[in-house]
Write a protein that binds this ligand. Sequence first.
Ligand code: GRF
Length: 187
Amino acid sequence: MTRLGILASGRGSNFVAIERACRMGRVAATPSVVISNRADAPVLEKARRTGVEAVSIPFPQDDPEAFERPAVQILKKRGCDWILLAGFMRILSPYFLAAFPERILNIHPSLLPAFPGLHAQRRALEAGVDQTGCTVHFVTEEVDAGPIVDQITVPIFPGDTEESLSARILQREHELYPRAIKKLVES
Ligand code: GRF
């Protein structure tokens, strides 16, 4: 069975969607461990509740390897085949990327290459476009610029706020991430 390692910094709704898809047999994979850079991230509790190992390791801005060395060790020991960033708010160094070549995915709340980086939903609203979306892509050194695995388009309606738009995109993220993982692990 394909083993997934998840890196997340916060709420963990994408982790929940992935875990459920695996448990229901919709994706032939199993989440082995969740690692967060924040000890108080709700994702850790969500993982433990579903019986998934949850670990927190501080990630100092000026010393990524202080996080990455122990993280790589844990992910390798658990035999993780794919690494999934799900709301992971740190930039990984070449050291981490080299440990899992072409096996690290990220989900981003826009139709990349449009609106990479932070506040993608707010920037889509400000740009006045009438649609945006979400993207699963391979992680490379350049932030939010790796090869695209899959995308879903989401409409923007008059009167949308950052909150309403973010919620509409998030719903589709929960569909997209399991679908993208399925495509890669079952191919
Ligand atoms: C999602 O919007 C994702 O696209 C972005 O961070 C958010 C994470 O949400 N990278 P959650 O922690 O999975 O609920």
